[in-house]
Design a protein around this ligand. Structure first.
Ligand code: BES
Ligand code: ZN
Length: 722
């Protein structure tokens, strides 16, 4: 989470190459999707004059040529751990250029293996030079003449190694009948498709993919789309897959190995038609797949869980969750699942937990398989949440894709949040929203450090992308989305989200595009509100006082060191007094403010008066109450009037404030004692962990108090033990 040292170098390029240096550090926007392209921006008309050197050290690929369709053929050799391939890319040349620049890494490409055929010319142009810029992971292909504008086909043959690094095209090892075997697997996110085939390996270069694999006859070959034809030729077979809808390279997947599967269908599946304003290029270019895609409705989406041979029964739980989730998300996003099948597969060697490849989701075995007899309940929850997370990406990420990695947080934060929404819908008895608070707590902890970073970060080099798959993107990201959803209301949020998905389907979007849709749908100042949370690091602690019937609020940035930061937020305050039946909400924008709240005076007269801000802990902020309000809340905890989430929150806030030296330890201990009748597992576990951490601190800082602390702990824990 530290700022990247490479930032300045990459930024300088865009400032130099842009006609308007103050405009932004972003690449000029891509030409639109239709053939032929609209005239290029001035920045890209320079391409014809440039030398190969101009393409080195850049944050992003030049925009003067863009892929429309890939015809990719791969032949993995599972014994030798190598592969051969060829890619034929329909390219749209939008500005005069002598160059084509594509990503490639760890691939062998000889200059003689590259050519370009402008459409309709009958010509085949051979490059005069093919330079591999290793650091930039690009191939710079130079031709003698300026390429004609419009469509052409770039053909590249290449060779590579099925590596052991769990990225790109790699090998994973499994056992079959006591014998070790290799399978070939891809993992391309964020930027490793280039290790499998030369491509425009950035999320905004969406194109259709027609994949063909040549594999041993006895193996199962999988990719994003269903198989349309298999031709056996001796010991090998050629497997042709249906053409995909337009998608980003990081979502392409290929797997070859021996597997079993279990299968089910969503009864209501229909294929989503491509919107009329998008080019239907894929149809005219694809004799095999195009006839099926995208207009033919069919009976249901096939959902399969692939496992090692003999273990398919362990895939049944994930299968059940997947079918339910696809149906739920079709309703939630108001768009059907866009592909004709969904395969999910457990991979023995896997770098992360799971990966949302379009139509072929890969998982670490522990995140997909569940054995009713041997696995723990926690594994079952993990499987449900991971499956829901990856399936959420099929819409949020795959159908609507981030324009650039700066918006990764939205992809991951959103999928994390909505996976809890799905798990809560299917398994209400799990109380997953309380467990979600444990996710937020990790976000809170990291973001209270001076060295944290904003949710939205500039990404100027490929090496910087991996760094942002962190708790700030996932956990704080999910928490601020939850905060917004609960402030706007579930229905308005869902409807606006559906409008956003519809608007940007088969395209790319930025964080601001989502805010705009939510602002339109709600009439609330979503952009201003959310910018304060995504563009600055940290979060506030809101101090509350009750004075003369008014609520006095003050916000300061919370830092675990105890010092005060300078941040200021638009805080969506929710609160309730004495009961959950009436809740109030408003935006707290200033540093300090007084609020006259209706019902407060009446409520204050009651003996058991209490007031709770951040109802059900849906906000990403902490609350510090004055002594009177804190003591009334403690009583509400003791008498079990507060919701479990609020019981968790009161404790977590008090603990954090105490550790930062903002509240007395005795206040915290007094509060912990109020949890003596706690029945919710997550809340009680938090109270116990909090007590133990105090005990450990005391052992070092005030050993003379340990005897008393021990007694406190025994008094607190004994009734539970009994
Ligand atoms: N898109 C990620 C997978 C990923 C992670 C790719 C890091 C590249 C780098 C996927 O959707 C994801 O978030 N997976 C999580 C599991 C999820 C349930 C939080 C993971 O792998 O931990
Ligand atoms: Zn994800």
């Amino acid at each position: 989470i530290s700022p990247s040292p490479k930032k300045r170098k990459a930024k300088r390029f865009w400032l130099n190459s842009s006609p308007n240096p103050s405009a932004s550090s972003e690449r000029p926007t891509l030409p639109n999707l239709s053939f032929p392209h609209t005239p290029p921006t001035p920045a890209v008309t320079m391409a014809a004059e440039q030398s190969a050197e101009h393409f080195r050290g850049q944050a992003r690929l030049p925009g003067f040529a863009a892929p429309r369709r890939y015809d990719l053929r791969l032949t993995p050799d599972l014994a030798a751990c190598t592969f051969a391939g060829s890619v034929s890319v329909s390219v749209d040349v939008a500005a005069p250029t002598r160059f084509l620049v594509v990503n490639a890494a760890d691939l062998d490409v000889s200059p003689g293996d590259v050519h370009f055929a402008p459409k309709g010319s009958g010509q085949v142009l051979l490059p005069v030079e093919v330079t591999s810029a290793l650091e930039d992971e690009i191939l710079i292909i130079r031709f003698n003449e300026v390429l004609p504008l419009g469509e052409g086909t770039l053909v590249i043959a290449f060779q590579g190694t099925l590596n052991d690094k769990m990225k790109g095209f790699y090998r994973s090892v499994y056992e079959l009948n006591g014998e070790k075997k290799n399978m070939a697997v891809t993992q391309f996110e964020p930027a490793d498709a280039r290790r499998c085939f030369p491509c425009w390996d950035e999320p905004s270069f969406k194109a259709v993919f027609k994949i063909t694999l040549e594999v041993p006859c006895e193996t199962v070959a999988l990719s994003n789309m269903p198989v349309v034809e298999e031709k056996v030729n001796g010991p090998t077979k050629t497997v042709y897959f249906q053409e995909s809808p337009i998608m980003s390279t990081y979502l392409v997947a290929v797997i070859v190995g021996m597997f079993d599967y279990v299968e089910a269908f969503t009864a209501d599946g229909t294929v989503a038609p491509l919107p009329h304003y998008l080019p239907q290029v894929s149809l005219s270019l694809s004799p095999l797949g195009g006839s099926c895609w995208p207009h033919f409705p069919f009976a249901g989406t096939s959902v399969r869980v692939y496992t090692q041979v003999g273990k398919s029964a362990q895939g049944k739980f994930a299968l059940e969750v997947a079918v339910k989730t696809l149906i739920l998300f079709k309703e939630y996003f108001a768009v059907p699942y866009p592909l004709p099948k969904m395969d999910m597969i457990a991979i023995p060697d896997f770098a992360s937990g799971a990966m949302e490849n379009y139509g072929l989701v890969t998982y670490r075995e522990t995140a997909l398989l569940f054995d009713e007899r041997h696995s723990a309940a926690a594994n079952k929850q993990r499987v449900a949440v991971v499956v829901a997370h990856e399936l959420a990406h099929q819409w949020f990420g795959n159908l609507v894709t981030m324009e650039w990695w700066t918006h990764l947080w939205l992809n991951e934060g959103f999928a994390t949040w909505v996976s809890y929404l799905a798990a809560d819908r299917f398994f209400p008895e799990w109380n997953v929203w309380i467990q979600f608070l444990e996710e937020s707590t990790t976000g809170f902890r990291l973001d209270a450090l001076a060295g944290s970073h904003p949710i939205e970060v500039d990404v100027n080099h490929v090496d910087e992308i991996d760094e942002i798959f962190d708790a700030i993107s996932y956990r704080k990201g999910a928490a601020v989305i939850r905060m917004l959803q609960s402030y706007l209301g579930a229905e308005i949020f869902q409807k606006s989200l559906a409008a956003y998905i519809k608007r940007f389907a088969y395209s790319n979007a930025k964080t601001e595009d989502l805010w705009a849709a939510l602002e339109e749908g709600s009439g609330e100042p979503v952009k201003t509100l959310m910018h304060s949370w995504t563009k600055q690091q940290g979060y506030p602690v809101v101090s509350v006082k009750l004075k003369d019937g008014k609520l006095e609020l003050e916000q300061t940035q919370f830092l675990s060191s105890g010092s005060e930061g300078v941040g200021q937020w638009v805080v969506p305050i929710t609160l309730c007094c004495c009961s959950y039946s009436v809740q109030q909400k408003f935006l707290f924008r200033g540093k300090q403010d007084d609020f006259n709240l209706s019902g407060l005076v009446e409520c204050q007269k009651k003996d058991d008066f209490w007031i709770k801000l951040n109802v059900d802990q849906t906000g990403f902020y902490r609350v510090s109450y004055d002594e009177e309000l804190a003591s009334r809340l403690r009583h509400a905890v003791e008498t079990n009037i507060l919701s479990a989430a609020d019981r968790y929150g009161v404790l977590d806030d008090t603990y954090a404030l105490c550790m930062a030296g903002k509240q007395k330890l005795v206040t915290l201990l007094h509060l912990i004692a109020a949890y003596k009748n706690e029945t919710e597992y997550t809340v009680l576990a938090h109270a116990i962990n909090t007590s133990l951490s105090i005990y450990e601190m005391m052992a070092v800082a005030a050993p003379e108090e340990l005897v008393n602390m021990k007694k406190f702990l025994i008094d607190f824990l004994e009734p539970f033990a009994q």
